[in-house]
Design a protein around this ligand. Structure first.
Ligand SMILES: Nc1ncnc2c1ncn2[C@@H]1O[C@H](COP(=O)(O)OP(=O)(O)OP(=O)(O)O)[C@@H](O)[C@H]1O
Length: 192
């Protein structure tokens, strides 16, 4: 056997990275899971908040799985986690993005389902160039409220929730107000 045949394949993955952004309860995780169910094994859903939650759970002795879920536990600790995450980011804005990419499975598509800051977008632009596609999910206040959103000082009025309100360079903007099938098609086209 020639030594060439034993060379490991060059990893071209991920081929595309979808960044999902939107206000709380806009449906980022919901749409990420719908996309994953279509893309299957070729796709990994990643969350920048995951290493934050993991660290926070270990530090404070709380349940990591509960923090990841969509329930009251996450809401209870959200404010504290935001403050802690901001302290780390102040020194190194790419810290959590880098951690997520480093530990991610090398599938063809990555979906990052919780993009919250311009610095997150810049990280992916700088490191992955045109592979990165950004999606903003704009969902009405009324629908978000019907999904359990309650305006909370210290959460809804801080950078993690508002920094991307004035970002204007989205590849696709969707409204997840009820019917999402067309939105899914428009997002999938970004992966061509
Ligand atoms: N199109 C939809 N149809 C039905 N239910 C939806 C739809 N979009 C979202 N939901 C539901 O609304 C709730 C909030 O959605 P989701 O957790 O995806 O929001 P999120 O943007 O990820 O929120 P957060 O920023 O708080 O993590 C979930 O229970 C989800 O199943």
């Amino acid at each position: 056997m020639s030594s060439n045949l034993r060379m490991p394949p060059i990893l071209e993955n991920p081929k595309k990275i979808l960044l999902l952004s939107g206000k709380r309860k806009s449906g980022k995780d919901f749409l990420a899971e719908k996309l994953k169910s279509i893309l299957g094994e070729d796709c990994t859903v990643l969350r920048i908040s995951e290493p934050i939650k993991k660290h926070y759970a270990e530090k404070c002795g709380v349940n990591f799985k509960e923090l990841l879920g969509d329930g009251p536990f996450k809401e209870k600790y959200r404010k504290e986690m935001i403050v802690w995450g901001e302290q780390i980011r102040a020194e190194d804005p790419g810290y959590f993005c880098r951690l997520v990419c480093k530990n991610a499975q090398k599938t063809a598509f990555w979906i990052i389902s919780d993009i919250r800051r311009k610095s997150d977008i810049h990280f992916f632009e700088q490191n992955y160039g045109n592979k990165m596609k950004s999606v903003r999910i704009n969902t009405s206040k009324e629908i978000r409220e019907s999904r359990g959103w309650v305006y909370t000082i210290g959460v809804d009025d801080v950078q993690s929730e508002c920094d991307l309100d004035d970002y204007a360079d989205w590849d696709v903007i969707v409204s997840n107000d009820g019917h999402y099938e067309n939105d899914i098609d428009r997002i999938l086209k970004l992966l061509d």
